[in-house]
Design a protein around this ligand. Structure first.
Ligand code: 5GP
Ligand code: ZN
Length: 118
């Protein structure tokens, strides 16, 4: 996709701090980290959001889920981490190239994202 910043990051047209790359997947640190470890795991294939995934993406999605804990550990998340996929307007998605945030590191428990109303 021509104007997609994450496609440009994959191609090296926008610089990033790379965490991992293979034929199908790219991972890089978030420019505005929310915690000591905060990187994104993305498919090289441009899929705009989780709403757009289809049966043909099953292996790719499985690969991302399998890589998430491995890379999180390698980056220093030794006691857990959070994965977030913001989707669409309600989900607060800003970049429309499917991405899984992996957030953790440090020793403090991450804050609750959506407080329980009770
Ligand atoms: P979203 O809100 O779409 O789930 O998250 C998009 C994320 O991409 C944000 O956390 C934002 O900081 C990150 N981001 C946006 N532009 C860039 C960029 O050019 N480089 C990097 N490394 N991260 C970016
Ligand atoms: Zn893209």
């Amino acid at each position: 996709m021509e104007n997609c910043i994450f496609c440009k990051i994959i191609k090296g047209e926008i610089p990033s701090k790379k965490v991992y790359e293979d034929a199908d997947v790219f991972a890089f640190h978030d420019i505005h980290p929310a915690a000591p470890v905060h990187f994104m795991l993305i498919p090289k294939l441009h899929i705009a959001s989780l709403v757009e995934v289809e049966e043909k993406h099953r292996d790719l999605l499985g690969k991302i889920m399998l890589l998430a804990p491995r890379l999180a550990k390698e980056q220093g998340c030794t006691d857990g981490f959070r994965t977030i996929i913001n989707t669409g307007r309600i989900g607060g998605q800003e970049v429309y190239h499917l991405h899984t945030h992996i957030i953790g590191g440090g020793s403090e428990k991450l804050p609750v994202m959506i407080p329980n109303p009770s």
